[in-house]
Design a protein around this ligand. Structure first.
Ligand code: G4P
Length: 190
């Protein structure tokens, strides 16, 4: 998606450790005009299947998912919790997700009330790196006997294993920008 790639060129910075920093328009401050364009693009890419619900994971998946949902007839957005919460019930689907970036494991949880058998679920997230979060969300959708229709990602790090991990589970991946590699502190798109 050209608009997104231009924004990354203009505002993104690459830090040591192969991290693309985009907190000025995605991860901290959010560019809502851009998010709306991304919402339209996700709709275009997943227009062939009726979507009943969007599933994401806190924190950064929530903002984009809320915008995307408006292009899918205002379907509900459910976010998986990865931080302890007093208000989540005990009746949850759970999956352990390891973060390579942060070197920690989180128990990701979704209340059983909010994912139902037979629902068509679109998973949305900001980054795809190793795919641990995405695989965890697919697993949770499957625990609910719902259908993981696909995964929509804003920025995919194409040199990591995330896409393969998802496609090996038979789930379609659509990324709006795919980074092939970093070169001299700059992003090279695929
Ligand atoms: P994975 O989920 O694909 O396996 O990736 P990984 O464990 O490596 O990523 C852990 C966290 O780091 C995720 O966010 C992921 O989105 C983020 N991340 C990975 N690579 C990059 C990068 O190059 N740039 C940025 N900005 N983020 C990256 P998180 O910890 O869940 O963050 P948040 O949603 O709570 O903000």
């Amino acid at each position: 998606m050209k608009l997104l790639k231009n924004k990354i060129f203009e505002c993104g910075t690459v830090t040591d450790g192969n991290i693309l920093r985009v907190e000025n328009f995605i991860n901290h401050q959010m560019d809502i005009k851009l998010f709306n364009e991304m919402g339209k693009e996700f709709k275009e890419r997943f227009k062939d299947t009726k979507i009943d619900k969007i599933l994401t994971i806190e924190t950064s998946g929530i903002g984009i998912s809320a915008i995307v949902a408006q292009y899918f007839d205002y379907v509900p957005v459910v976010f998986a919790r990865k931080f302890p919460s007093a208000i989540i019930s005990e009746n949850t689907y759970n999956y352990e997700v390891y973060s390579y970036t942060k070197k920690i494991t989180n128990m990701v949880r979704v209340d059983k009330e909010f994912l139902k058998e037979g629902e068509n679920v679109l998973i949305i997230d900001d980054f795809l790196a190793n795919g641990c979060a995405a695989v965890g969300l697919i697993n949770i959708v499957k625990q609910a006997k719902a259908n993981p229709i696909g995964i929509g990602i804003i920025i995919e790090k194409g040199f990591q294993g995330g896409r393969k991990a998802i496609e090996d589970l038979g789930v379609k991946v659509e990324s709006l920008a795919i980074i092939d590699h970093f070169e001299d502190g700059k992003v090279v798109f695929r």
